[in-house]
Design a protein around this ligand. Structure first.
Ligand SMILES: Nc1ncnc2c1ncn2[C@@H]1O[C@H](COP(=O)(O)OP(=O)(O)OP(=O)(O)O)[C@@H](O)[C@H]1O
Length: 623
């Protein structure tokens, strides 16, 4: 049968280009990647064989085998795992199979140095073979099938596929080494690389030289070993393998639960955000094993969504080996393990937060928005604990603060936790609604994650202190003790009160179609006006979000607050006092409303009208 020529998906070609020309300093990692794939292939078949024993035939002992041929300059890596059929071969090695990878390739800039760095964080799996090989052949036969397929490519845009022959199931990868890569023909070098990166692989990795066979790794599942015997390097390599990650784990948790249920957990908090963290399916990737046999990495009941950044394995002693997906969903054992994981992880995070606040801030920057989802979805003690773990930016400065910090700094007379929501902390700090709080030294939390709009209404309070948005309803600022006003200021305020009252009444009339109400403000000190939402209404930021997503129309009305101490408002009030019923403030009122909208970062509803009114006022002012 003749060979069929096919092209790589565009992203694969790009990736290959970069890999081949890569300045990767550690080319040796290609072997880690290929061994890791071989071990996954064995795991997959072992699981399938639980229900279809015949797939194993008379070859039940899984192994990964390395052989070299100095004359032909080839290194082969073979496994007796699940293998691939023709379609899988094309899908897995011709296109980008892993979720997130295509998006990742989209981020590559073409600048070799930067890209190599990015790839270093991400890993390129199978394609890393091209760092050391000028041609790669993959001969594979799927378990349970007779047909074998040979995939061949020099990694330059296309590959060929042809039907072939293979004695047993599994995959045999032949690397035709490049000039300068002869070191990978040497037994010592291979021993060293396997020891460094793949010692934790639970399947034996063998080196065959003539009639001599040597096992290069320990071949025992890492998590079954005692903690004191495992080095940080070994944990790291295991994390890279289990998580398909290439960063340093931020935290490693390894524990054995014994008692009513027994399981081992070896979980990692990644050092950086995994690519798929905010994918809509919000999946956890923790691998479930039952007595050392890999079962699935898609058991969503094992870890709550708000901890989906965790990577690693859980190995249960109590589940049956032939456990099905449906059984997992309803399993009380899985529920118990989940509770154990939550308790363990939240407890560890609490310790880190107390003992290493700076490192914890780094963690929070990465995963805080995900943990906050738990504030919304959880109740009871888990939620309580998450509230303790939560950190926020605040009007007090650059650092992150906890709710306990905030409560400890509340002013005399303050019983509320004030916050403001928006997209960006720096922009929030400029909000006019904050002015009065700043003047009284009252701290305001700056909430910038979309999830904040959802958990606050369901959490409601922290240790008896209600959460309150500074952009909604009254401020309660009068209750908070702050710098007392001087007698002169008090008198001036009292004098202007009546005038402002009349102005407000006129503005209410002028803007009756635009706003719900016009009120004298307690929260402004510098700006003339600002918009706020009425007490029972939706917060303004949420309203804006919904409007952007076309889930809300423009009919929602806000309250316009005016600052009685601002010179413009005073002048207007004086004008109203002098002219009485003759006073005309309509244009001024509309201009002030537009000004408040601009301060909110909102588009003007009538830009032309705004420009005309502004020009007229400028002309009058200059005339
Ligand atoms: N030895 C093998 N046996 C069976 N299937 C394999 C083997 N090697 C690779 N594959 C298949 O090819 C796919 C792509 O492999 P590749 O190494 O590029 O990505 P990955 O393993 O999914 O992720 P990573 O980039 O983290 O390694 C694998 O997901 C697997 O389905």
């Amino acid at each position: 049968m003749s060979a069929e020529k096919l092209s790589f998906q565009a992203e694969v070609s790009r990736l290959l280009d970069i890999v081949v020309n890569s300045l990767y300093s550690e080319k040796e990692i290609f072997l880690r990647e290929l061994v890791s794939n071989a071990s996954d292939a064995c795991d997959k078949l072992r699981y399938l064989a639980l229900t279809k024993g015949e797939l194993l035939g008379d070859d039940a002992a899984f192994a990964i085998t390395l052989t070299t041929d100095a004359k032909a300059r080839t290194l082969t890596i073979s496994d007796n795992g699940i293998g691939m059929d023709r379609d899988e071969l094309i899908a897995n090695l011709g296109t980008i199979a892993r979720s997130g990878t295509a998006a990742f390739v989209g981020e590559l800039s073409g600048d070799a140095k930067k890209d190599t760095n990015l790839i270093g964080q991400f890993g390129v799996g199978f394609y890393s073979a091209y760092m050391v090989a000028e041609k790669v052949e993959v001969l594979t036969r799927k378990a349970g099938e007779e047909a074998a397929w040979l995939w061949t490519s020099d990694g330059r845009g296309d590959f060929t596929i042809q039907q072939s022959e293979k004695a047993g199931r599994g995959t045999l990868i032949t690397l035709h080494l490049r000039e300068g890569s002869e070191e990978y023909l040497e037994a010592d070098r291979l021993r060293q690389i396997v020891k460094r990166y793949s010692d934790h692989i639970a399947i034996p990795i063998r080196l065959v030289e003539g009639d001599k066979t040597e096992t290069l790794n320990r071949a025992s599942a890492l998590w079954t070993r005692s903690k004191s015997e495992i080095t940080p390097e070994e944990y790291k390599e295991f994390y890279h393998h289990a998580a398909h990650a290439f960063d340093e784990p931020w935290e490693t948790l390894h524990w054995q639960a014994e008692g009513l249920i027994s399981y081992t957990g070896l979980l990692f908090v990644p050092g950086s955000r995994p690519f798929d963290l905010f994918h809509p399916e919000r999946k956890s990737r923790v691998k479930l094993y039952v007595r050392r046999v890999f079962i699935t990495d898609d058991c969503q009941e094992l870890v709550p969504e708000y901890l989906r950044f965790l990577r690693g394995v859980v190995d249960s002693e109590d589940l049956p080996l032939n456990v099905s997906r449906e059984m997992l969903q309803a399993s009380p054992v899985v529920q118990k393990i989940r509770q154990g994981i939550v308790k363990r992880v939240l407890g560890e995070l609490q310790k880190k937060a107390e003992k290493e606040p700076e490192a914890y801030s780094g963690f929070w920057e990465n995963f805080g928005p995900v943990l906050k989802e738990g504030l919304y979805s959880e109740h009871g003690s888990d939620r309580e604990q998450l509230l303790k773990l939560a950190r926020f930016r605040s009007s007090n400065g650059d650092g992150l603060v906890s709710l306990a910090d905030y409560a400890g700094r509340m002013k005399e007379g303050q019983d509320t936790i004030f916050y403001i929501t928006g997209e960006d902390a720096a922009a929030l700090l400029e909000s006019p609604q904050l002015e009065g709080f700043r003047a009284k030294g009252v701290e305001v939390l700056l909430l910038t994650d979309p999830i904040d709009e959802f958990w606050i209404p369901s959490v409601v309070e922290y240790e008896g202190h209600k959460f309150k948005s500074v952009t909604r309803g009254g401020t309660d600022l009068a209750k908070v003790k702050g710098a007392e006003k001087s007698d002169a200021e008090k008198k001036e305020e009292a004098d202007s009160k009546d005038d402002v009252g009349s102005l407000v009444a006129l503005m209410q009339l002028a803007l009756k179609d635009e706003v719900k109400d016009v009120r004298a403000s307690e929260r402004l000190t510098d700006s003339a006006v600002c918009l706020v939402a009425d007490e029972g209404d939706m917060d303004m930021h949420l309203e804006r979000l919904l409007r952007q997503h076309k889930q809300l129309d423009n009919s929602f009305k806000r309250i316009l607050e005016v600052n009685p101490a601002h010179p413009v408002i005073r002048k207007l009030a004086a004008h109203v006092a002098a002219k009485g019923g003759e006073a005309s403030i309509d244009d001024a009122a509309l201009l002030l409303l537009d000004q408040a909208r601009i301060l909110e970062g909102e588009p003007l509803r009538d830009a032309r009208g705004f420009a005309t009114r502004l020009s007229a006022f400028l002309e009058k002012g200059l005339g």
